[in-house]
Design a protein around this ligand. Sequence first.
Ligand SMILES: Nc1ncnc2c1ncn2[C@@H]1O[C@H](COP(=O)(O)OP(=O)(O)OP(=O)(O)O)[C@@H](O)[C@H]1O
Ligand SMILES: [Mg+2]
Length: 256
Amino acid sequence: MKVVAGIDGSPAAEAAITWAAAEAASLGAELDLVHASPPPPDPSAQHIVSTAIALARQLQPGITVDGWSETGSPSTALVKASGDARVVVIGSRGLGLMLGALIGSTGLDLAANAWCPVAVVRPDLNQAGRRVVIGYDGSPASDTALDFGLDYARRHDHAVRVVAAQPPGTELHRITETELQDAVRQRGGHDAELIQITGHPAEHLLRLAADASLIVLGARGRGGFAGMLLGSVSQTVLHHADCPMVIIPTATTTGG
Ligand SMILES: Nc1ncnc2c1ncn2[C@@H]1O[C@H](COP(=O)(O)OP(=O)(O)OP(=O)(O)O)[C@@H](O)[C@H]1O
Ligand SMILES: [Mg+2]
């Protein structure tokens, strides 16, 4: 089992390395640091990789760290590396992502195509919280979000809050109290706080995650069009969250 982090020498990548190294230590997993840049080959690649490896070893002396660089698109390299990973971690202001938003083209590509959960970390994010917030809409991706979030919280001794919001004016896809309870308890989340609330899911999720250490959502939910990479809820939360987020790619829940 591995944890993979995408690196590019930016402060955002340092935040990703820090989060990924802590996760590797917690899981007892190897950490792989992957650098990729489009052709021509980047002359600073070797330096970026060795600096990142040194940082990870310094932060978590107990873990096994490997790193390499590839010429090509970062998302292609990271999707490939995600094949045998537990989680792939990216920093959102490196890797050419949009300023001011938590995710850009690399993240979108990963969220759509990675074979494991994708963590997005930004250097300025609040990481002091001790609560994992999970968005649940009954979709397969949100079931996997529950699995990931509950396991993360257990390992890091954080509290869990599961939010199922019902958009106003529609009964479509309403999650009953029993369905929510069953989904969480069947995964051992007996101490989790369950919140069922009417209103806009993204707004409630952001408000209820104000002191969160992590938000976990599916890339897609129950609605929408098959072609979209991210649903409206995960997209909105990604653009406004001020803590790290984990997105569960569709490929993780459907097997591709
Ligand atoms: N009503 C909700 N309450 C809580 N969490 C939700 C809700 N809706 C979605 N989520 C979370 O957000 C993730 C992505 O769902 P989202 O709604 O963004 O995608 P979608 O349903 O495919 O598209 P859209 O709703 O935009 O048509 C879900 O897997 C779930 O984790
Ligand atoms: Mg939806």
